[in-house]
Design a protein around this ligand. Structure first.
Ligand SMILES: [Zn+2]
Length: 195
C-alpha cells in the first residue's frame, strides 16, 4: 500500500468518514500547502500527549483540573452526568446550566464488557459525597444503553437525599446529545423532572 492509500485507509477509520470522503480529504491534503499538513499532523500527534482527563470530572483538559471544575462560579451542589466530554460543550453552549459535571466516557454495555467499574461509578459516588451534591441530572443519551445507565445510577443513590432528574425528553429519541440543538437541550434542562 502506498502513502496515499494508507492515508485514505487511516482517515476512513474516523467516525462519519467513508472511503469517498477519506479520499477527497487525502487528495486535498496532497494538493494543499505543506505547512498546513505539518501543523495538522503535529496537532494530531500532540492530542494524546497534552490532553488528559480532569481528575475531578473526567472532562478533557490540558491542566490538572478543567476550567469548569476550577471555576469559582459553579454551583457545587448540582452535578450533571454525561456520556462524553463533547456533551459538556453542548450543555455549556446553552448557558442555562451552572453546576458541575461528571463524564462517564461511555455507557453500560455488558456485551462489550463495560460495567460499573469500567465507567468509574465508584469515582462518581466519591464525587457526589465529597461535594455534598443535592441535585443530580442524568444526561446520558436517550438510547437503550443511556437509559439503563441512568437507571443504574439512580438505583445506586437510593436512600440518599438527592433530587435526581433525567434530561432525555426534548432530545431526539435514540439520538446522540451531540446532534441535539441548543434549543432542545435548553428546553430539556428547564423542564427536567424528577426521575
Ligand atoms: Zn473537571
Amino acid at each position: 500500500m502506498n502513502t496515499l492509500e494508507n492515508l485514505i485507509v487511516l482517515l476512513s477509520r474516523l467516525p462519519g468518514i467513508g472511503k469517498k470522503s477519506a479520499s477527497r480529504m487525502a487528495y486535498s491534503l496532497l494538493k494543499g500547502e505543506e505547512s498546513y499538513n505539518r501543523v495538522l499532523g503535529q496537532s494530531i500527534a500532540e492530542l494524546k500527549e497534552k490532553i488528559h482527563k480532569c481528575s475531578q470530572c473526567g472532562n478533557y483538559t490540558e491542566e490538572e483540573l478543567c476550567s469548569i471544575c476550577s471555576s469559582k462560579d459553579r454551583d457545587e451542589l448540582t452535578l450533571c452526568v454525561v456520556e462524553e466530554s463533547q456533551d459538556i460543550m453542548m450543555i455549556e453552549s446553552t448557558g442555562d446550566y451552572k453546576g458541575l459535571y461528571f463524564v462517564l466516557h461511555g455507557v453500560l454495555s455488558p456485551l462489550d464488557g463495560i460495567g460499573p467499574t469500567e465507567l468509574g461509578f465508584d469515582r462518581l459516588l466519591d464525587r457526589i459525597n465529597t461535594l455534598g451534591v443535592k441535585e443530580l441530572i442524568l444526561a446520558t443519551n436517550p438510547t437503550l444503553e443511556g437509559d439503563s445507565t441512568a437507571l443504574y445510577i439512580k438505583h445506586l443513590l437510593e436512600g440518599k437525599e438527592i433530587e435526581i432528574s433525567r434530561i432525555a425528553s426534548g432530545l431526539p429519541v435514540g439520538g446522540d446529545m451531540e446532534y441535539a440543538d441548543k434549543m432542545s437541550i435548553s428546553r430539556a434542562l428547564k423542564g427536567r423532572m424528577n426521575y
